[in-house]
Design a protein around this ligand. Structure first.
Ligand code: ZN
Ligand code: ZN
Length: 580
């Protein structure tokens, strides 16, 4: 019997679907009242925009914003048509991705507590699609990294920052002609919580305590904001009813956790998940939220967001921020950091493909931390799925020859996507039945565009042999996708292979196992903790890092373990641990 290895939406959510969500009304009100954005009428504009994307506001039916398509333009279906289950709004997805990008693992991993400049994540969106995922690094701020990576192509883009960018970033971004800048309303990039002054204690951080630099920056950003063409605003939305619970349940039952439970039937996965989630929640809250309401009010006031400090807007704002951080913690906990990771599969008879006969000069292997981060990016994307039952997310990164001094180092986004019905379709236009239902004609599989397919279709840079492309996908690539992935020239795949070798009739996973020309890194117990005798090693590494004979699971009888050229670098820290 096939196990369900992906999202099965609990029936519960259907019952709450159409109930009135009062918090949404108040948020629209809050944004209208607040007039965020620096230009006349912006509050109204944002409310319209929210309406177009996720909420129907009866007060202004049919009003549309010129130049801003209210319908998703490619990978997504129109979210105004009530789907059967909750999903993330686009604004919240982009916000969550920006927060997650702030946490991108870096070689100098921990934030320097003494620096006034805080690490910042950034998502660049064009026509409703993510075209850039960035974060600040040792030298460059996230906004500066975006300028270097996208240049004049930023014109017309929407930017989502995990902190309000500093004035030096803001002036360049405004100048590049972006259409909108949204930021997470916590401590800004030039911190107000931990000014560089010697007598500062980070537990204090309050008005009057902020450094002269931060105060000057706040004034400058206000000035830039009020004179700028792009809308500079805070775009946060309450979660759809039932979404928090849905994210929690589907994260608990992720393919990654399921693999662990298959390997060790006695494992208490509930406890494991709860522990991971609590740990993340603590860390994320410390970094992304403002502890006390007083401190938060002070910061908002300094940023010119006094209107946010009025009740009930202020409580709503803090509540929405908290909820999003909880979602992030649950999504991250779906890929636990315990003895498991993405480990390269070896083949005893490697198939020689043209790409492999002249291997790219720099095919470095990602650290486990880096791989996990990218898979969680894909997990976040999956919560925008158009498929009523199975959410899948995919992200493709390229490894560029020269490392930019931003936070992602050699990695540069190629594309990302999630599974959805074709562009422009309405939610109920296509069949939504799955393999468990009888009528094959009415099954969804012939209509849904897969996550990998969307990521490849809407890629923002070409896949070149000299820039090896790495695909991260939350579910085993199916037989329809395998030739596309191979044809596109993807060099490495990171995935869960829970569905490997399964044939479900309308969708099958038989070709993944035979895919030899691409390096496959699948979610497995770390070879370092699997008790087995170490095989001989040809590369001079210690037995600790070499690959033991792997226990074969029921669905993986075809796999062969072989120690010919396994990378020992998977156990090392750092995003570009070492080259093979
Ligand atoms: Zn900056
Ligand atoms: Zn597929």
């Amino acid at each position: 019997m096939l196990k369900t290895s992906h999202w099965v939406r609990p029936a519960l959510h259907r019952s709450v679907k159409n109930s009135v969500d009062l918090s949404k009304t108040s948020i629209i009100q809050w944004i209208r009242d607040s007039g965020v954005g620096g230009r006349e009428g912006t509050g109204r504009h944002i409310a319209d925009w929210m309406e177009g994307s996720e909420m129907k506001n009866p007060a202004e039916p049919g009003r549309s914003v010129p130049g801003r398509d209210t319908r998703d333009g490619g990978t997504q279906t129109d979210s105004r048509i009530p789907g059967p289950d909750p999903r993330l709004s686009k604004e919240n997805l982009f916000t969550l991705l920006s927060l997650w990008m702030e946490l991108f693992p870096q070689e100098q991993s921990e934030e320097d507590d003494h620096s006034e400049i805080r690490g910042t994540g950034l998502v660049v969106v064009r026509d409703g699609k993510v075209v850039g995922l960035l974060c600040s690094g040792p030298e460059l701020h996230a906004g500066q990294a975006a300028i270097l990576q996208h240049g004049a192509c930023l014109a017309g883009c929407q930017l989502y920052f995990s902190r309000r960018p500093c004035a030096s970033c803001l002036k360049m971004i405004i100048n590049a002609g972006v259409s909108q800048i949204s930021f997470w309303p916590g401590d800004p990039e030039l911190s107000m919580l931990r000014p560089g002054s010697a007598n500062h204690s980070s537990s204090r951080g309050a008005p009057g305590c902020i450094s002269e630099e931060a105060a000057l920056d706040a004034v400058a950003t206000e000035k830039l904001k009020s004179n700028s063409r792009p809308h500079i605003c805070v775009l946060l939305q309450p979660l759809a009813q039932g979404l928090a619970q849905f994210v929690d349940e589907t994260s608990r039952g992720s393919d990654f956790i399921e693999r662990m439970s298959d390997d060790e039937p006695g494992l208490n996965t509930e406890e494991l998940f709860n522990g991971e989630r609590t740990r993340h929640l603590k860390a994320f809250s410390r970094r992304l939220l403002i502890k006390t309401p007083e401190q938060h009010r002070d910061i908002l006031t300094h940023m010119g967001l006094e209107n946010f400090c009025v009740e009930p807007s202020f409580s709503n704002l803090r509540h929405n921020m908290r909820e999003l951080v909880e979602v992030l913690a649950a999504v991250a906990a779906g890929v636990p950091q315990q003895d498991y990771g993405f480990h390269r599969e070896q083949h005893s008879t490697p198939e020689q493909s043209p790409a492999e006969s002249s291997p790219p000069a720099r095919l470095e292997v990602l650290s486990q931390e880096g791989a996990r981060h990218c898979i969680i990016q894909a997990r976040l994307l999956a919560y925008r799925t158009g498929d009523p039952k199975v959410g899948v997310g995919a992200v493709i990164w390229a490894k560029t020859p020269s490392a930019a001094s931003n936070g992602t180092g050699h990695l540069c986004l190629v594309g990302c996507g999630y599974n959805a019905y074709p562009a422009g379709s309405h939610y109920a236009e296509y069949p939504q039945m799955d393999t468990k239902q009888e009528d094959r004609q009415r099954r969804k599989y012939r209509y849904i565009v897969h996550a990998e397919q969307n990521a490849l279709t809407f890629r923002t840079r070409p896949i070149k042999p000299e820039e090896p492309a790495v695909l991260f996908v939350t579910k085993c690539p199916c037989d329809e996708c395998v030739p596309l992935i191979r044809g596109a020239g993807i060099a490495h795949i990171y995935t869960s292979d829970q569905d490997r070798d399964k044939d479900k009739g309308d969708i099958s996973y038989l070709r993944f196992g035979g895919l030899r020309s691409i390096g496959k890194f699948v979610w497995r117990k770390s070879p370092a903790v699997v008790p087995a005798s170490p095989p001989p090693h040809a590369n001079g590494c210690t037995g600790k890092h070499s690959r033991p004979a792997e226990r074969e699971s029921r669905s993986n009888k075809k796999r062969r373990a072989d120690s010919s050229n396994d990378s020992p670098t998977m156990e090392l820290g750092g995003i570009n641990a070492a080259s093979r």
